[in-house]
Design a protein around this ligand. Structure first.
Ligand code: PNS
Length: 163
């Protein structure tokens, strides 16, 4: 069975990679959907986020990454995926993911599998990583080295991707 792991990955963290690797062990193939939430402002452009996901998942033989635009259920159908995998950290994640799982089941007959975040990454978020990095803090414990390097370049350059 093919699974989809959707997210905006701004940037991809060890927490995301943990969920993707565990999904890759459970399913035949995993397609990571790198999407865009119009309500959010992004540090990295869509192409940069996709490139970092591809680079950091290159060691996982059954994982690919593709841009996600439009509905997640359409992305899943286009890739032959019948299941969406989401990592869950706190109750607030669950509340939101449950709503989305019900909607995606209703509009696309797609199942959702929720994986509890591994305890070591259970409170990690891209938002926190960006916040620490924006003040010049060290985020190298939370993201792969290639990502830490790109964040440093962005933060020093004062860049921000708009959408
Ligand atoms: O958790 P994130 O990073 O904000 O997720 C972003 C993304 C793009 C994966 C998410 O917003 C999404 O799934 N968008 C697709 C639009 C869609 O299908 N919406 C209805 C879901 S109920």
């Amino acid at each position: 069975m093919i699974a989809v792991c959707p997210g905006s990955f701004d940037p991809i963290t060890h927490g995301h990679l943990d969920v993707i690797a565990r999904a890759a062990a459970l399913f035949d193939e995993v397609v990571v959907g790198v999407g865009q939430n119009p309500a959010k402002h992004y540090l990295f452009t869509p192409d940069e986020r996709l490139e970092l996901v591809r680079e950091t998942t290159a060691g996982l033989a059954n994982v690919t990454a593709e841009p996600l635009s439009g509905l997640l259920v359409d992305f899943a159908r286009a890739h032959g995926a019948g299941v969406v995998v989401k990592g869950i950290r706190f109750a607030s994640d669950f509340d939101f993911e449950l709503q989305m799982a019900h909607m995606n089941a209703a509009i696309g007959a797609v199942e959702t599998v929720m994986l509890p975040a591994s305890s070591v990454w259970s409170t990690l978020s891209s938002t926190m990583v960006r916040e620490v990095a924006s003040y010049g803090g060290d985020v190298s414990a939370f993201v792969p080295e290639v990502v830490a390097r790109r964040i440093r370049q962005k933060s020093q350059g004062g860049e921000q991707a708009n959408g």
